[in-house]
Every structure is written in C-alpha cells, then in structure tokens.
Design a protein around this ligand. Structure first.
Ligand code: NAD
Length: 299
C-alpha cells in the first residue's frame, strides 16, 4: 500500500437509516471520523434516534463495548452534502433502494466530493455498473455490502465493477477488517452478491413447498435442520428477515407467476394479523424461545 489516498480516516455515510446508521455507528466505534449525511434535519434526528439503542447492545456484545457511550456525540451530522463530504476518504452510500434516487445522488456527490474519496454502495439488489455512468471516478467506485445488525452479522461483501481499480477493493477489504467485519471479496459483479444469491432461492424454495401444499413451515424447517445440521430452516430465517420483504418480493412477481401469487396471499394473511416475524414476537414461530431452538423440535 502507499500512495496519496490509500489510508481511510474520514468516512461519510450517506443515508442515516437502518443500515447507514449502523455502519456509521460501527465505524465511529472503531475510531474513524464519521459524518452522517441525510436529506434534512428531521431525517438526521431520526438517524440519531435509531442509534440510541446501540450503546447498550454494544456493551453486552463487545468486551470493549463501554466506548459505545461516546459514539453518538462523536458523529458529525450534516444535511449539506458539500459540507458532509468535504474531507472524506470514503463515502458509503446507504440511501433508498431506488435506481433514480441513487443515480441523482452519485451525480451530486461526484460534483462535490474531493478527488481522493472512494465511493462505496451498500445496495442489496443493484450492482455498481448500474450507476457507473453517474460517477466521475469509476476506478474508485465499488460495492461494500453489510448485513442488518452489523455488529453480530459481521460479513461485508466487497464487489467492484469491471472498471474498479483492484487497489481500492483491497483498501475496502482492509477497512472492513478495521471495523471488525469479515470481508468477502467477489471476483466479479453478481446481483445479490454471494449470500443473497444463495439465500433468496433457498427461501423461495421453502415458500413454494408451503404455498403448493407439499408441507407446512415447521416440517420444512425440521427436514432441513435435521439433514444438514443447520441451526435454522427457511421459515426461521424468514422470521428474522421480517415478512414484509418476502411479501414485497412475491407480490412484485405475482402478475406473471401463480406460485408467487399464492405465496403473497399466504404471507399477507400473516401480516394482516400482525405476525410479521421475530421483531413482532410472532411469525412462523413465537418469540422469545421459538420452538425450533428447543431440543424436542427435531425429535
Ligand atoms: P432506510 O429507509 O432505513 O434508510 C434510508 C435513508 O436514506 C433514510 O434516512 C432517508 O432519509 C435517506 N435518504 C433518502 N434519500 C436520500 C438522498 N437523496 N440522500 C441522502 N439520504 C437520503 O433504508 P436501509 O434499510 O438503511 O437501506 C439503505 C440501503 O442499504 C439500501 O440500498 C438497501 O438495499 C441497503 N441494505 C439494507 C439492508 C437492510 O436490512 N435494511 C441490508 C443491507 C443493505
């Protein structure tokens, strides 16, 4: 390593929502100078609000979690993009999953960010080449994808497009380690990265077995868990994800796919009853102490 811009100190996170807030919090916790950029003051207040539960979680989770108490006061919040990125070495984009919103953002960002800044997208479903025309520094543009609850689900997938310079990929691998993530470097672009390329079809297969009346969610989970020794089956995982996401996905494919329409109908019944998954205390299982974690489940 070496060169003029190969050391990340100042990180700006654009979009202080669920994931952006977690990325900002984790990065400041690990000693980076962090600025959160969002559209206006009320969005920034909301971002700060989302972070208030993290210090207690970090104290339980990390041996050095005490320092989480100081994180929020050490983060700079700004709704002015020029100000927010003025000395940024790395800008992590975590704004809504919408192509046009992201394109507009990258065009604005390219106009005001210092040349040294690397741009990284946390997008779950898009790939960098979809936005590369909106970026003035294609060689410094790539994806850095985190998972919800990043302190515990600490995988970070790092993926360039064909024109990304390898040295920035390596730089983000190092950054990911510096904030206690386990980095996974992809060799080429892939929608859904490694994890969701495996997980989404797996969850879909489980839901189809259910929607087609082949079996019920608990039996499907048991069959998977017993045979593979996995700690969770597809429906336990769906509870963690929350049922709104699979519902939206099934609904968006319903027009052309009768199986997906069946899945959407079944999940909608659960959502209408408030059984939206782990966060709601009930989904395919009841929480805490879901049945699949009890020894008797696989007997
Ligand atoms: P969110 O809705 O919680 O947060 C989005 C934030 O972006 C909000 O604070 C909003 O005010 C802000 N915003 C809107 N337009 C903006 C703009 N033009 N400039 C700056 N900020 C703007 O969304 P999220 O769940 O945090 O997802 C954000 C990104 O992270 C998406 O690309 C998503 O695919 C990705 N992601 C989400 C998860 C997840 O589990 N939620 C996991 C991995 C990756």
């Amino acid at each position: 390593m070496g060169g003029d811009n190969m050391s990340i100190k100042n990180v700006t996170v654009a979009g202080g929502g669920v994931l952006g807030g977690q990325i900002a919090f984790q990065s400041q916790f690990m000693g980076f100078n962090v600025t959160v950029y969002d559209v206006n003051d009320s969005a920034l207040k909301h971002s700060e609000q989302l972070m208030t539960s993290y210090p207690d979680i970090y104290k339980n989770f990390y041996a050095d979690g005490e320092k989480a108490d100081k994180v929020i006061e050490n983060i700079r919040f700004s709704s002015n993009l020029t100000d927010a990125v003025q000395d940024a070495d790395l800008v992590i984009e975590a704004i809504p999953e919408n192509v046009n919103i992201k394109k507009d953002f990258y065009e604005q960002l390219s106009r005001v960010a210092p040349q040294k800044a690397i741009f990284a997208s946390n997008s779950s479903t898009f790939v960098p080449s979809q936005f590369v025309d909106s970026v003035d520094r294609p060689e410094k543009f790539l994806a850095l994808h985190f998972a919800n609850q990043i302190w515990v689900n600490n995988n970070a997938e790092i993926m360039g497009h064909a024109g990304t310079d390898e040295k920035y990929i390596d730089e983000l691998v190092k950054f990911a380690r510096d904030i206690r993530m386990v980095p996974f470097k992809l060799n080429k672009e892939q929608h859904g990265y490694i994890l969701n390329s495996l997980l989404v079809p797996f969850l879909d297969a489980g839901q189809k077995l259910w929607a087609n009346g082949v079996s019920d969610p608990h039996t499907i989970d048991k069959a998977w868990m017993l045979a593979t020794k996995a700690p969770m089956g597809p429906f336990a995982i769906l509870d963690v994800v929350g049922l709104q996401t699979p519902y939206n996905l099934a609904l968006s494919r319903s027009d052309t796919d009768e199986e997906q329409a069946k899945i959407a109908r079944l999940i909608k019944e659960m959502i209408d009853e408030g059984h939206t998954g782990l966060a709601a205390g009930k989904g395919f299982y009841e929480y805490p102490n879901p049945e699949y974690q009890q020894e008797s489940f696989l007997k």
